[in-house]
Ligand binder design. Structure first.
Ligand code: ADP
Ligand code: MG
Length: 240
């Protein structure tokens, strides 16, 4: 029953987004078309400038399509028993490379005695990647992104914390709205995607932010969503 309920929710989000996407893709396309028309009669310098705009807008349309597809696909995504830490470790090279380019650092604080969870690894990767990218984009050089995991009672908690600009109240209200973005090159689909992934894992997502100081996103995932996801206490040490 629970899974049917989630599917209906998902469909309506995808449906809602299909309408939005038409609008969002038409915008960059209109810009590209307009600038191509202007290009017919311009000097080389101006052409250079227009060329960059056209490429950026095409990239933007491409990002929107990619983000939308990751949301619309995985409809019947299979879950498997896995360790959240394995997923984080697989993402590490990508995250470190990204942070390096920005002059930022990443701290991992992974909890001990963490049980396996019933997860879709591909979706989990997208979730963590999206939260980390947002964190990095909110920080300047010297910022620190912290990825922390903890077992708290019946829940595994994942914290993605940044030392960035923080989120003002009016933005906080609209955070998970599809296509809501405050960035020039944003798609506004990252957190909508995160929310749908978390819902499909029967989890919750919380945000705490303080302007000028930073933000933390907290993902809570149930350990007991299926009885066989539990591991015996004595074997837990083997995973450390
Ligand atoms: P996008 O990153 O494409 O803008 P998202 O859905 O990922 O779309 O995020 C929506 C908006 O939420 C961002 O444009 C930004 O204003 C805000 N936001 C998300 N994460 C953070 C963060 N860690 N710090 C500050 N603002 C954030
Ligand atoms: Mg984002």
């Amino acid at each position: 029953l629970r899974s049917e309920f989630i599917n209906v929710e998902r469909l309506s989000l995808v449906g809602q987004m299909a309408a939005g996407i038409t609008h969002e893709i038409r915008n960059p396309m209109a810009v590209v078309r307009g600038f191509l028309q202007l290009m017919q009669e311009k000097s080389p310098d101006t052409l250079d400038h227009y060329y960059r705009i056209v490429m950026e807008e095409l990239d933007r349309a491409n990002s929107i399509i990619n983000d939308f597809l990751s949301l619309a696909q995985n409809r019947t995504a299979e879950k498997e028993e896995c360790h959240l830490h394995d997923i984080i470790h697989e993402l590490s090279p990508l995250l470190w490379a990204d942070a390096n380019l920005r002059g930022q650092s990443i701290e991992l604080k992974l909890g001990s005695m963490m049980p396996k969870l019933l997860l879709n690894p591909k979706e989990m990767k997208q979730l963590i990647l999206n939260l980390c990218r947002n964190g990095m984009e909110a920080m300047g050089e010297k910022g620190t992104l912290t990825i922390e995991t903890r077992l708290e009672g019946e829940q595994v908690k994942l914290f993605v914390k940044d030392t960035g600009i923080g989120i003002p109240d009016d933005v906080l209200q609209r955070l998970f709205e599809p296509f809501f973005t405050t960035k020039n090159k944003g798609t506004g689909l990252g957190l909508a995607l995160c929310m749908s992934v978390v819902q499909r894992h029967n989890g919750t997502i919380d945000v705490k932010s303080s302007e000028g100081q930073g933000t933390v996103f907290i993902i809570s995932l149930p350990v007991r969503s299926s009885p066989q996801t539990m591991i015996e206490p004595q074997s837990a040490a083997a995973f450390e």
